[in-house]
Ligand binder design. Structure first.
Ligand SMILES: *[C@@H]1O[C@H](CO)[C@@H](O)[C@H](O)[C@H]1NC(C)=O
Ligand SMILES: *[C@@H]1O[C@H](CO)[C@@H](O)[C@H](O)[C@H]1NC(C)=O
Ligand SMILES: *[C@@H]1O[C@H](CO)[C@@H](O)[C@H](O)[C@H]1NC(C)=O
Ligand SMILES: *[C@@H]1O[C@H](CO)[C@@H](O)[C@H](O)[C@H]1NC(C)=O
Ligand SMILES: *[C@@H]1O[C@H](CO)[C@@H](O)[C@H](O)[C@H]1NC(C)=O
Ligand SMILES: *[C@@H]1O[C@H](CO)[C@@H](O)[C@H](O)[C@H]1NC(C)=O
Ligand SMILES: *[C@@H]1O[C@H](CO)[C@@H](O)[C@H](O)[C@H]1NC(C)=O
Ligand SMILES: *[C@@H]1O[C@H](CO)[C@@H](O)[C@H](O)[C@H]1NC(C)=O
Ligand SMILES: *[C@@H]1O[C@H](CO)[C@@H](O)[C@H](O)[C@H]1NC(C)=O
Ligand SMILES: *[C@@H]1O[C@H](CO)[C@@H](O)[C@H](O)[C@H]1NC(C)=O
Length: 398
């Protein structure tokens, strides 16, 4: 822990919500002098499975290799670790968060900044998402924060501004929103029968309230709707409704589509010692989806969780079984990056390229960098995405 971090905490405690996060030295996110800002998304790394076997630790070595391969080809300004960093089911209470050290090695080696959301596997009897955040904070290059602290909020809810390369411009060019879709089991809690206690797996109402009020404060502060992107581990129900309704077309929403039906916020089968259907979908994420649609300037939302899906779709209309009407917001999956977790689809990492030029048209470019070194599913998320014809993505395994 550095002096800057300690100072940052002291300052944070004494300032208002919007002034609360003075960036530390070298931590401010900026477009390059070329007018570009690239994000690499590491999705579902699942470190720490079966640590008393040979294959468990080997999976983590493999996942590190994937990260290094991706970062040798891509040169992002920010890495997003979008949930399920660790599989908490078999880890030990005393050292379960030590896996964070291994996860961030490839980033530290390249002096990269990162920002995390936590997933359902980041909470279990022996693993606490609060403790993962504390472990991340050993490094100044972790930009992850907890801006909402209610008993139901989860942890990784915050936003990050991205500024122009021209340091005299103080209005951010881009905002990044991070949401915690919770899930998994509560840390060190057992019910009266001695079973682990599951945690709700959708973005909580207290977080939606924080999002809408912070959004309004930022609008007042900057005098405009700053374009934005959002990250949340578990996808919202609109993705399932699209997949099961209009359907994913390989040339219009190119990507693998093997988790069919996919699992969305609100639906959980339980994990670890909690078995059987723990929660059924019952519209739990409607307030969150409504808030996303109401966010002027929000261009796209990125999720993981369903390792066998990596497509994007434009939510531009009504969807079967849903009352909300899309407004052109793009919803995307990442690519399963880790060797841990289910599935052996060729591992990779979603890349997101924002350019100052295309930002004026609310357009971003995205593709997947595979562990083979190849790219896959390169698309432009613009006004005609969903009607533009692209090559289909090959459904391959490692
Ligand atoms: C800027 O663009 C040039 C030419 O495309 C490229 O060689 C260089 O790496 C870019 N710099 C950054 C910081 O992206
Ligand atoms: C590690 O990666 C190699 C190469 O992809 C693969 O053959 C092997 O099965 C992987 N091992 C584990 C335990 O995931
Ligand atoms: C939790 O960790 C302790 C050791 O710290 C271990 O004895 C116990 O088996 C673990 N429990 C679970 C459910 O993994
Ligand atoms: C945690 O402790 C266990 C038991 O001592 C050990 O086997 C394991 O390698 C440790 N894991 C980490 C990530 O340090
Ligand atoms: C980081 O760099 C050190 C020193 O070069 C090296 O030993 C280590 O293997 C690297 N770690 C990763 C994850 O690449
Ligand atoms: C959140 O609240 C709990 C309980 O009051 C406290 O222990 C913890 O330090 C708080 N965390 C943050 C990041 O403010
Ligand atoms: C930076 O922006 C200011 C306006 O805020 C402008 O006057 C200046 O020319 C810009 N500098 C560069 C290098 O573009
Ligand atoms: C749609 O709206 C109607 C009328 O308010 C309501 O009865 C129904 O439950 C809603 N359906 C869904 C799926 O939210
Ligand atoms: C969107 O991008 C695609 C692919 O680059 C392009 O063919 C299409 O013309 C673009 N649409 C608009 C409205 O710019
Ligand atoms: C909405 O998106 C679908 C593809 O997802 C496309 O077929 C349809 O033409 C789009 N409608 C409009 C009005 O853009």
């Amino acid at each position: 822990m550095s002096l800057f971090f300690t100072l940052g905490l002291a300052l944070a405690a004494s300032q208002s919500v919007l002034g609360a996060h003075p960036s530390r030295l070298g931590q401010e996110l900026r477009f390059t002098a070329n007018g570009t800002f690239q994000l690499a998304v590491f999705e579902d790394l699942h470190f720490g499975e079966a640590e008393d076997t040979d294959w468990g630790p080997q999976q983590d070595v493999n996942s590190t290799r994937v990260m290094n391969t991706v970062l040798d080809s891509e040169h992002p300004q920010l890495v997003v670790i979008n949930g399920d960093l660790i599989t908490g089911e078999n880890t030990y209470k005393g050292n379960s968060t030590h896996y964070v050290d291994a996860i961030v090695q490839p980033l530290l080696n390249r002096s990269l900044l990162w920002a995390s959301t936590y997933g359902n596997h980041d909470s279990d009897f022996n693993l606490s998402r609060q403790h993962i955040l504390a472990r991340e904070k050993a490094w100044d290059s972790s930009l992850t924060r907890q801006d909402v602290n209610t008993s139901t909020s989860g942890v990784s809810n915050y936003y990050l501004p991205v500024y122009s390369s021209n340091a005299t411009i103080h209005v951010p060019k881009l905002l990044l929103w991070f949401f915690d879709s919770r899930g998994g089991n509560y840390y060190q809690q057992l019910d009266s029968s001695g079973n682990e206690v599951s945690q709700a797996n959708w973005v909580d109402q207290t977080v939606v309230d924080w999002f809408t009020s912070t959004r309004a404060e930022l609008y007042t502060k900057y005098g405009q709707d700053v374009p934005s992107l959002a990250f949340v581990h578990i996808p919202v129900n609109a993705m399932l409704a699209f997949q099961q309704g209009p359907g994913v077309q390989s040339h219009y929403e190119p990507g693998i589509n093997d988790d069919d039906p996919l699992a969305q916020e609100g639906y959980a089968e339980g994990q670890g010692d909690v078995t059987g259907t723990v929660s059924k979908y019952a519209g739990q994420d409607i307030p969150f989806m409504q808030a996303l649609l109401d966010t002027a300037g929000l261009m796209a939302v990125f999720s993981g969780h369903d390792h066998g899906d990596d497509w994007c779709f434009k939510w531009n209309s009504t969807l079967p079984g849903m009352n909300l009407t899309g407004n052109g917001l793009d919803l995307c999956f990442g690519r399963h990056t880790g060797y841990g977790g289910y599935g052996s689809w060729t591992r990779g990492s979603r890349q997101i390229l924002v350019t100052e030029k295309l930002l004026k048209k609310r357009t971003v470019e995205t593709w997947v960098r595979l562990e083979t070194g190849e790219t896959s599913g390169r698309v432009t998320l613009n006004g005609t995405y969903g009607r533009d014809y692209y090559p289909a993505v090959a459904d391959t395994n490692t």
